[in-house]
Design a protein around this ligand. Structure first.
Ligand code: 13P
Length: 340
C-alpha cells in the first residue's frame, strides 16, 4: 500500500470547488431509468449514453472523479479509446463501484445488507491495473419507527469497513457510502438520529478494521425529512441539521465529505449543499462536496432520450448541473444561475 498516494488521491477528489460524478448505475438501475424514457435497454445504448457523458466538453472543470460500473470500465468509446483513458486524458480520476448490490437481510424484514466482499481483493487488483484509483460501496439503511435495527447497522458498517481496508491495501481510495434512505414518512429529527447512529457505527468499524481515515471519502445522505413526511423543513434548516449531525459524528481527520443526492430534485440538492457551505464554511474541519448521480444526470438523460440529435443539448445540460454544484461548493449557487 502506498499511503501517500492514497491520501493524495483522496485530497484531489475533493480539492477546490470540484466534486464527483456517479455514473455507476448497475445495469438493472440504468435499464429502469432508460425504460421510463423509452430508451432501449441494451449494452449498446448504455455505452452510447456513457460516451455522451465522458465526451462532455469542460466537464473536468467541475468534476474531479467519475465512478464507473463494471460494464463501463471495460468499454471503449467509438474511436477505440477505453473510457478509463478518456477520463484520465481530461484530468478526471476514474473510480469504480465494487459492491454487488443491497440484498434482503436474513432475519431483518424490510432491511438490506450490501454484498460483494467475496473475491473483492482480486477484483480490486484488476480495477487498479485498469486505472481506477478509487472505489465505491453503498450500504442502504431504511427508516421507519422500528428500523434500522442494531443488527443491520452493525453488519453494513462492518462490510463497509472491510471493503475500505481492502481498497487501501490495493492502493485505492474507498468512498464509504452509508445511505439513510429518504423514502418514508419519518421526520427530519428521526433522520438526524438515525444518521448520527449510522455514522458513529461506521467510523467505529473503520477504526476496528484499521482503515486510514486520511485516505477515505465519506459519501453520506443529507439529513432530510422523509419524502412523504408532511413537514418539509427549509433549505437552511436542512443545512443546519446536516452539518450539526456530521460535526458530532465524523472525525476531523477525513479529507472530505461528498454527498449523494438520494432522490432530491436537482435544484434542492444544489441549494442545500450551497446553504451548508454558506452557513458553515469557516467552521468546518472538512470540505463539503458532491458525488451526485441523479442530481447531475437526470435532466440530461431526459433530453437525450436515446437520440443522436439530442446529444449536444444533453451535454450542455449535464455541464450546467455540474456547474451549479460547483457553485454550491463555493457557496455561490442561487436561483438565477438556473436560468443561465
Ligand atoms: P444519487 O445521487 O442519485 O443518490 O446517486 C448517488 C449514488 O452513487 C448512489 O450510490
Amino acid at each position: 500500500m502506498n499511503t501517500t498516494d492514497i491520501i493524495d488521491t483522496a485530497k484531489a477528489l475533493v480539492a477546490g470547488d470540484k466534486g464527483l460524478l456517479a455514473m455507476d448505475e448497475s445495469t438493472p438501475t440504468c435499464n429502469k431509468r432508460f425504460a421510463l424514457l423509452g430508451i432501449p435497454q441494451t449494452e449498446e445504448a448504455r455505452l452510447v449514453y456513457r460516451e455522451l457523458i465522458v465526451n462532455t466538453p469542460k466537464l473536468s472543470e467541475c468534476i474531479s472523479g467519475a465512478i464507473l460500473f463494471d460494464e463501463t470500465i471495460r468499454q471503449r468509446k467509438k474511436d477505440g479509446t477505453p473510457f478509463v483513458k478518456a477520463l484520465i486524458d481530461v484530468g478526471i480520476i476514474p473510480g469504480i463501484k465494487v459492491d454487488i448490490g443491497a440484498k434482503d437481510m436474513a432475519g431483518h424484514p424490510g432491511e438490506k445488507i450490501t454484498e460483494g466482499l467475496d473475491g473483492l481483493r482480486d477484483r480490486l487488483k484488476e480495477y487498479f491495473k485498469m486505472g481506477a484509483r478509487f472505489a465505491k460501496w453503498r450500504a442502504v439503511i431504511t427508516v421507519n419507527d422500528k428500523i434500522p435495527s442494531h443488527g443491520c447497522m452493525e453488519a453494513n458498517a462492518q462490510a463497509l469497513a472491510r471493503y475500505a481496508a481492502l481498497c487501501q491495501e490495493a492502493g485505492m481510495v474507498p468512498v464509504v457510502e452509508p445511505e439513510v434512505l429518504m423514502d418514508g414518512i419519518h421526520t427530519l429529527e428521526r433522520c438526524f438520529e438515525v444518521t448520527e447512529d449510522v455514522l458513529r457505527t461506521v467510523f467505529n468499524h473503520l477504526y476496528i478494521q484499521r482503515v486510514i481515515l486520511e485516505g477515505i471519502i465519506l459519501k453520506p445522505n443529507m439529513v432530510l425529512p422523509g419524502l412523504a413526511c408532511p413537514k418539509q423543513e427549509s433549505v437552511d434548516e436542512v443545512a443546519d441539521a446536516t452539518v450539526n449531525c456530521f460535526l458530532r459524528a465524523v472525525p476531523a481527520a477525513i479529507p472530505g465529505i461528498a454527498f449523494l443526492s438520494g432522490g432530491q430534485s436537482c435544484e434542492l440538492a444544489s441549494a442545500r449543499l450551497n446553504a451548508m457551505n454558506v452557513r458553515f464554511k469557516l467552521r468546518l474541519p472538512w470540505p463539503l462536496a458532491f458525488s451526485f448521480s441523479r442530481a447531475i444526470q437526470q435532466p440530461a438523460l431526459e433530453i437525450w432520450r436515446g437520440k443522436e440529435a439530442n446529444v449536444l443539448a444533453a451535454q450542455q445540460t449535464l455541464l450546467h448541473r455540474a456547474r451549479c454544484n460547483q457553485a454550491a461548493r463555493r457557496g455561490e449557487y442561487n436561483a438565477s444561475i438556473e436560468t443561465i
